[in-house]
Design a protein around this ligand. Sequence first.
Ligand SMILES: Nc1ncnc2c1ncn2[C@@H]1O[C@H](COP(=O)(O)OP(=O)(O)OP(=O)(O)O)[C@@H](O)[C@H]1O
Ligand SMILES: [Mg+2]
Length: 342
Amino acid sequence: MPMATAPQAPPSWPLVRLDSARKYFPIRGGLFGHSARYVRAVNNVSMTIERGETFGLVGESGSGKTTLARLIPGLLRPSGGRVLYDGRDIARTHGGELNRLRRRMGIVFQDPASSLNPRSPVRASIRRPLDLQGVRGREAERRVLETIDRVNLGREVLDRYPHQLSGGQQQRASIARAIILNPELVILDEPTSALDVSIQAQILNLLQSLQEQIRLTYLFITHNLSIVRYMSDRIGVMYLGKLVEVAPAEALHDRPFHPYTAALLSASPPLNPRLRDRKRYRLEGDPPSLISPPPGCGLHPRCPFAVEVCSERTPPLVEAAARRLVACHRWEELTLKVGPGA
Ligand SMILES: Nc1ncnc2c1ncn2[C@@H]1O[C@H](COP(=O)(O)OP(=O)(O)OP(=O)(O)O)[C@@H](O)[C@H]1O
Ligand SMILES: [Mg+2]
């Protein structure tokens, strides 16, 4: 008789996992329109987003944040590596199965205009995801009303056109559209960057209370380090298409391990006036090209701590401490500190 095998627990997958994910955009215009040149927008990124957490992604403009975010729902196909959603490889998922996976994700962009149709009343834009899933009539209207209440918008806005709403109302409507199918993951790509500071705070509070009420997982993308600290459980720092550091929000701010993170923190205005005279780390020059990134560590031409090895070998992203990853040859010798007593 064959030996009975013990029932195996199903593998517990992180909600999102990137394994050496790459996205290279070819540059046309070479000889015969062919070209071996690429913009390496996302270059070998491995990371996870755990259920229920807010993963904040920061980095300068052009570091690849939006491209990374677009790989997750399969809006872009990776050029290499894998993007897994709940253990399923997005690039190998098609048709109805892909549709069912995408239904589990919502996206909010910086510009509400990208999710609200200027020529239709707001109701139509919010209801659109339901239309695509074949939910119509009374049931659709019931869910529209339920969702509009959730984002604290008055029902009267449903019959208005986007240009008749304030920026904050438009962004609430975009959030309503993103959550109407009850997703697990919401990708927030600079959701408050276009708003006044006072309105920003209201939207951030709304996002936090929605997360508690309906147990959402967030990927929160921003340039703003104070916002990302306030919102995130863990933060990933991107530079030149690579993830250079991942850490719990507090730990990253208290003691950055990567010189690039320290420079970003130094450049962000301190909320606490006592920190105005803090120690600052500066980078030299501008970010290099993503088309021909420097050899070795992409930061070495700008890094005040660079030594020979930095221009020779690309530092791998290694586990530096519990829940902390860093890609720097010298992180252990450097004691970076940006803050009181620094
Ligand atoms: N469809 C595309 N075709 C070619 N290049 C692209 C495409 N999308 C993005 N890129 C390039 O990839 C790089 C990364 O862009 P991405 O939009 O991901 O950066 P980002 O970190 O989101 O920047 P920002 O903070 O300004 O939004 C940039 O150099 C950009 O020009
Ligand atoms: Mg972007």
